[in-house]
Design a protein. Sequence first.
Length: 74
Amino acid sequence: MINNFKCLKCKQTFEKVSTNKYEPCPYCYSIAEKQFRATSNLFVPGWFHQVRSDIFSDKEWEDLRKDPNTERYK
């Protein structure tokens, strides 16, 4: 997996294939720390919303299946 790293000394950012938390900076050879990168795409399988949930009662689940745009505050 490609990770983003930011050097603690020169503040340069770079990408590298690594599983380590720290890597040497290619610019100043100091220590670079792995940066958190949030994912923008999340795969949700097609069956995920078709399985009955424990959160809703049977009537609420049927209402939700009839109108999926209904807001739920549970």
